[in-house]
Design a protein around this ligand. Structure first.
Ligand code: ZN
Length: 246
């Protein structure tokens, strides 16, 4: 069973003195909700840092207020307003070239500024493109805007011109039920990521969307924290650590 296989892989990591650096990115926050509180409670319960990717144009002061007391939470920049500008037949994209580079770059600069203003030292200069998509020509320009890293979905590309801190396991079945994917499938994907890890420390990013979590999604998260939080091979890290700063 995949869950057991994942645990066996963690045990092998521990035996080899290797480490799994775990992080969780939750997308689309704009305001406090019961679902967001449920997610943030996992951080408290397991003493685990989490990263919230907030939509700058719509993020409320109430969300900033909520984060003030939560020292383990980092806030990343989720595009500007999460509006699709791709034509109907293309995959959804906010950060494409449909409006021209300068328009998009201007909004990305404004987005980082707004997240910093709202969240202070909890803000991280990490860009999380809506739908995990950004036009390649924009990547070179991100450092000049103040972004230190980019987070999309899937294995990190070696030739990316910016530092990548990706997510690798998406708990939602977007094309099917739009609820949580089966636990065994998720553990199998997590194990694949670890089995491919050749270095001393491998990072594993879990992608969540608190606004659409059903019971299956929450059950997986409860179980995943129970499996990893106290395992000797695992360390839940603040995303800054993976960004290579502070
Ligand atoms: Zn999103």
């Amino acid at each position: 069973m995949s869950r057991q296989n994942f645990i066996d892989t963690l045990d092998a990591y521990a035996n080899d003195g290797k480490e799994v650096q775990l992080w969780l990115r939750d997308d689309d926050a704009i305001e406090p909700t019961a679902e967001l509180s449920k997610l943030l409670d996992l951080s408290k319960r397991w003493d685990a840092p989490l990263t919230i990717a907030a939509i700058p144009a719509h993020t409320t002061a109430a969300l900033a207020k909520l984060m003030e007391e939560l020292r383990l939470i980092s806030v990343a920049v989720h595009g500007w307003d999460h509006v699709n500008h791709a034509p109907a037949l293309e995959k959804k994209q906010e950060l494409g070239l449909h409006r021209g580079e300068d328009v998009v770059l201007g909004l990305l600069a404004e987005g980082l500024e707004r997240i910093k203003t709202l969240f202070g030292d909890r803000a991280v200069p990490l860009l999380v493109p809506p739908w995990n998509r950004i036009a390649q020509p924009l990547l070179d320009r991100l450092p000049a805007l103040g972004y230190e890293a980019l987070s999309v979905f899937g294995p990190e590309r070696a030739d990316a011109p910016v530092r990548l801190v990706n997510t690798h396991v998406d708990i939602i079945d977007w094309k099917g039920t739009r609820g949580g994917r089966p636990m065994d499938v998720l553990y199998a994907e997590a194990a694949v990521r670890l089995e491919a890890g050749t270095t001393h420390a491998t990072n594993l990013g879990v992608l969540t969307h608190h606004l659409v979590h059903d019971d299956a999604a929450w059950e997986f998260l409860d179980d995943f924290f129970a499996v990893t939080a106290r395992h000797p091979a695992c360390r839940w890290v603040a995303v800054r650590e993976l960004m290579g700063s502070r």
